[in-house]
Design a protein around this ligand. Structure first.
Ligand SMILES: NC(=O)c1ccc[n+]([C@@H]2O[C@H](COP(=O)([O-])OP(=O)(O)OC[C@H]3O[C@@H](n4cnc5c(N)ncnc54)[C@H](OP(=O)(O)O)[C@@H]3O)[C@@H](O)[C@H]2O)c1
Length: 312
């Protein structure tokens, strides 16, 4: 298994199974199929509301000798309603319990946006908490404590841009070790990746296939002529081209699938090696097309605007 390395020498496999929108009744089989194919990395989150089923699959795999706990890498994420510093430990303990583990390998702040405790979704501005009340620095201090307690081996953030990362790098005892962001040829974020490389923050690419389901019909990266022609050249599939592109750019990729054939296909992207001319062509697909805009946090009269969330 190819890996990226944290500062302390721990490894994170360069491909993981995404689980957003994997229905509870599908994700159990998906996780077991993935383990059998060779996946050792699972990207989860409290808000995906399927950690219990993932936990059942992980437990089954460990108890039946398919895999050892120390050989898998499991991520979960702190949801927006748990940014109150006193909530952070409760939240990670809930994910650890549901995933039937003793610790997580990685815990991320999911979004730089806070909802009131108990409000899974924000329906109006009243459900939001101001960024001053639960600042990212205050929530991060609680993240540092859960790492020190051994509840998460590594801590990081998701959907943060450079200014917010800089705030944590400047004001924190422990620097974020991972940034999870949307990355695919339509949205390449080259400057942000370079910033992370310089600051020794690993990068995970979410929606590495262009979150197929959201842009189906409109764009559809796997149906791009350039992607298809590169796939033909390398005798592989369009999805494998996209994943190989993500990995060769130095990011971890976490494609989601609940289909056994596609789970295997995605894993086999590890065998695809793109060349410099492929990179030029795929680079030309840039459209600055952000799919996950975080608009569910942007409410009339609320504290967060699109520009605040994605400040440059
Ligand atoms: N941190 C965040 O805010 C955030 C946001 C979004 C996503 N994520 C994480 O990143 C993971 C991946 O992102 P994503 O789910 O948005 O999108 P994605 O992995 O880019 O695409 C998933 C979609 O592509 C389909 N698919 C999978 N393999 C395929 C293949 N080989 N060929 C054609 N279609 C294929 C899947 O359907 P089937 O299941 O039917 O195969 C699904 O509809 C998520 O599951 C989640 O773990 C994190």
């Amino acid at each position: 298994m190819n890996t990226f390395t944290f500062k302390n020498g721990d490894y994170v496999p360069e491909i993981g199974l995404g689980t957003w929108l994997s229905k509870p009744n599908e994700v159990y089989n998906a996780v077991l199929a993935a383990i059998k194919v060779g996946y050792r990395h699972f990207d989860c989150a409290y808000i995906y509301q399927n950690e219990t089923e993932i936990g059942r699959a992980l437990r089954f795999a460990i108890e039946n000798g398919l895999v050892k706990r120390e050989d898998i890498f499991v991520t979960s994420k702190l949801w927006n309603s748990d940014h109150a510093p006193k909530q952070v430990e409760k939240a990670i303990r809930k994910s650890i319990f549901d995933l039937q583990l003793d610790y997580l390998d990685l815990y991320l702040i999911h979004w730089p946006v806070a909802f009131k405790t108990g409000h899974l979704y924000a329906h109006s501005a009243d459900d939001l908490v101001s960024p001053d009340e639960f600042s990212i620095e205050k929530t991060w201090q609680a993240m540092e404590i859960i790492q020190e307690k051994g509840l998460a081996k590594h801590i990081g953030v998701s959907n943060f841009n450079m200014p917010k990362l800089n705030r944590l790098l400047t004001n924190s005892r422990i620097a974020p070790e991972m940034l999870q962001i949307e990355l695919h040829p339509y949205f390449q974020q080259t400057e942000l990746i370079e910033f992370c490389r310089k600051n020794r923050i690993l990068v995970t690419a979410y929606s590495p296939l262009g979150s197929h389901h959201l842009i189906q019909g409109k764009a559809g990266l796997t149906r791009e002529a350039i992607v298809k022609s590169i796939a033909e050249k390398h005798h592989c599939t369009p999805a494998q081209v996209l994943l190989a592109w993500g990995i060769q750019r130095g990011s971890i990729v976490i494609p989601k699938s609940v289909n056994e054939k596609r789970i295997r296909e995605n894993f086999n992207a590890l065998n695809v090696r793109l060349d410099a001319s492929d990179f030029v062509k795929l680079g030309d697909l840039e459209q600055n097309l952000r799919i996950s805009k975080g608009l569910f946090c942007v409410l009339p009269g609320g504290f967060y605007t699109y520009e605040d969330i994605w400040e440059k």
